[in-house]
Design a protein around this ligand. Structure first.
Ligand code: FPP
Length: 273
């Protein structure tokens, strides 16, 4: 985590939140479902696409905050495989905004030592979008700081389906035996291979769903729902989510430290148990 003065000025609400954060217990990976752009626009009698446009500010501020906190990975859900069902104009606007964002933010990525990469079925996107994505990946490939992933044409079920396909194909070629497949093998064949699983999932706009996002990787994530609509999401909201995360007791299916060794199964402990 950078020096506090670099993240928030003394006396501000952001600084007060920051002072409640333990820099040694930050989430390593934060994933965000950016929701509520349409409702934000509707409340202002604006077309839906204006909500997406306003959402870019929130993306920018979130990316900068992640860089300041030195969180290792940020994954933003920008476009799901189901989003193709939206009106053509909205889909085209979203793709246009993405291209604009990548072009305008490249310098911020570089100056903050951020690495960029997309996840999802990128090969199905328009060539002009792929060109921009490739350029951003290439231009930030030497960065050693946080990784910013944007999920595009992504769905967790499709990602798992792709893993199954590659397993069956490798099996048919005689290169893979059923026993070789374990959780590490599946992990290594996901779009997020080699990264820590998200510790914290944030969803904005009050909706309380996972919506086909990172289904495998979110197994033990702490989930934080906020009523804030994505275009209004600001640094303080991310800091609040992290403060809340640090109050959670993560057990990963085990017991809290204080209770370990105190449990006696019904009937008492028998020899060898
Ligand atoms: C959900 O709001 C949001 C999206 C489907 C797209 C998110 C995209 C952006 C924030 C802009 C472009 C992204 C990047 C990374 C540059 P919604 O439209 O479903 O809102 P609603 O539920 O209120 O209708």
């Amino acid at each position: 985590m950078r020096h506090l003065d670099e993240i928030a000025a003394p006396g501000t609400p952001e600084r007060a939140l920051l002072e409640r954060i333990d820099p040694h217990r930050l989430p390593r990976h934060v994933a965000i479902i950016m929701d509520g752009n349409g409702r934000w626009a509707k409340a202002r009698h604006l077309p839906r696409v204006e909500g997406h446009r306003a959402g870019i500010r929130a993306v920018r501020e979130t990316v900068e905050t992640v860089a300041e906190l030195e969180v290792s990975v940020l994954t933003l859900y920008a476009f799901s495989t189901e989003n193709w069902k939206r009106p053509r104009y909205e889909v085209l606007t979203l793709m246009g905004l993405l291209k604009e964002y990548l072009r305008s933010e490249l310098e911020t990525f570089r100056s903050n030592n951020l690495r960029f990469r997309p996840i999802g079925r990128i090969e199905e996107l328009d060539a002009s979008v792929r060109r921009e994505l490739d350029h951003a990946v290439e231009a930030t490939s030497a960065s050693t700081g946080s990784l910013v992933q944007i999920a595009l044409n992504y769905s967790g079920r499709q990602e798992l389906t792709d893993v199954l396909r590659s397993a069956v194909a490798a099996g048919a070629d005689g290169q893979l035996q059923p026993d070789t497949i374990d959780e590490a093998w599946v992990d290594a064949h996901l779009g997020t291979a080699g990264l820590p699983d998200p510790d914290l999932l944030v969803r904005t706009s009050g909706e309380q769903r996972i919506s086909n996002f990172l289904l495998w990787q979110l197994a033990y994530a702490e989930i934080y729902f906020t009523p804030v609509l994505w275009p209004d999401f600001a640094k303080r909201d991310l800091l609040e989510a992290i403060v809340d995360f640090q109050h959670r007791e993560r057990r990963f299916g085990g017991l809290p430290e204080t209770e370990k060794g105190l449990f006696t199964p019904p009937g008492g402990l028998s020899a060898g148990s």
